[in-house]
Design a protein around this ligand. Structure first.
Ligand code: CNA
Length: 366
């Protein structure tokens, strides 16, 4: 996690087609010079292909020995022949219709800090309210330091100040998290890829099997010296008491399993090689798409697959390489989600879900 510029989370390693040893992948310096690309499934399953090989398979091609999804459902001719004419442009209403009639039922979702700002957790880049503008309290020389291993081993306190702030229970899921939960309850969520470390997807009731917490989690931790792993609960008492947690075996500093600069992404991130070619709808919510390799996943769905961006501003490939089936809904994420829920006819179910889950959290807090 934790990148403020267009920098890459260090050493995500992908296996080449011949099973050769993994090598690091580079982050692009600019959108035009993007060199890293997510990989698509090879004929033998999830093994990754070289970034220079042809990119995404088109509908009807064979993935892992099975036929790729063919978007042939007659949902108002929405999956037309391609092209860029105004006539073919999709709207939020069209996306809702595709979900409603189940023309799309393998929905992949990518989210970032913007979905949690309505819960009260600042994002990085929003001017004024973002963490980037409010770093004085952490006493760090520059923003990236809080997630750098070198700085952490020399001074872990700023990171644990942030960890204390994000303590589970301090914040609650909002309508966006519950909308994603509803998508799961209806059997439509193929996978939710999150950059967030606040754990609110879990709190909303989405099972971990449906999650890829790409930048790690506070749910577990590892000793930086002996590599002993422990559950998150084991170190929270120390964090809440402003103590740096230490390993009971070797006394090394225990670091929550949040991905720092130079660290590999969790193994589960590799699920993208099967999930993205299978997706029939991509939702991208509350992210600046500035952090690699996560950001490039936005281009990993087939070109015929609609992509819906819900964000305060236009970001990533929606700016510099838009596709004909892109839909952008700019503005506050909660308003956009409420509109989508209304178009889907799910308003009552959402209200019931939120009420039920809020009640559960209230009881836990007592
Ligand atoms: P970011 O770069 O700060 O971008 C957030 C995006 O969301 C921006 O484009 C904002 O305009 C947009 N946004 C913010 N609030 C809203 C809103 N209410 N409605 C609509 N759009 C909104 O954050 P990213 O997630 O893209 O960057 C990746 C970093 C941020 C990851 O490493 C995260 O781990 C890290 N981060 C996570 C959290 C968290 O866990 N909640 C908080 C802060 C930072």
């Amino acid at each position: 996690m934790a990148l403020w510029g267009r920098r890459s989370l260090g050493a995500l390693r992908l296996w080449g087609p011949g099973g050769e040893r993994p090598g690091p992948v580079r982050a692009p310096q600019s959108p035009q010079s993007r060199v890293w690309r997510p990989v698509c499934a090879g004929a033998d399953g999830v093994r990754a292909r070289a970034a220079t090989e042809p990119r995404w398979r088109e509908p009807g091609s064979v993935i892992g020995g099975r036929r790729a999804i063919s978007l042939s459902v007659g949902a108002s001719g929405i999956f037309g022949s391609g092209g860029n004419s105004e006539k073919e442009k999709l709207s939020l209403q069209d996306i809702a219709e595709l979900i409603r009639v189940r023309a799309c039922q393998k929905v992949v979702v990518m989210v970032g800090a913007g979905i949690s700002t309505p819960s009260g957790i600042p994002d990085f880049r929003s001017p004024g309210s973002g963490l980037y503008s409010n770093l004085q309290q952490y006493n760090i020389p520059y923003p990236e330091a809080i997630f750098e291993l070198d700085f952490f081993s020399h001074n872990p306190k700023p990171f644990f100040t942030l960890a204390k702030e994000l303590y589970p229970g301090n914040y609650r899921p909002n309508a966006t998290h519950y909308f994603l939960r509803l998508l799961h309850d209806k059997g439509l969520l193929l996978r939710l890829y999150t950059q967030n470390i606040d754990g609110l997807e879990r709190v909303s009731g989405i099972p971990t099997s449906k999650l890829v917490e790409a930048h790690g989690t506070f749910a577990s931790a590892t000793c930086t010296v002996c590599r002993r792993s422990c559950p998150g609960e084991d170190f929270w008492a120390d964090v809440m008491a402003d103590r740096v947690p230490c390993c009971p075996v070797c006394t090394g500093i225990v670091k929550p399993d949040i991905v720092f600069f130079g660290e590999p992404l969790p193994q589960r991130f590799l699920l993208h090689v099967v999930d993205f070619p299978m997706a029939d709808l991509l939702l991208i919510l509350g992210t600046s798409l500035e952090v690699e390799p996560f950001a490039s996943l936005s281009e990993a769905v087939r070109s015929t697959v609609p992509r819906l961006l819900i964000n305060r501003d236009l970001v990533g490939p929606f700016t510099w390489r838009p596709r004909s089936r892109d839909v952008t809904q700019l503005g506050d994420v909660i308003h956009s989600i409420e509109r989508l829920v209304e178009l889907l006819g799910w308003t009552e179910e959402m209200q019931d879900l939120v009420q039920r889950e809020t009640g559960k959290l209230d009881r836990q807090d007592r």
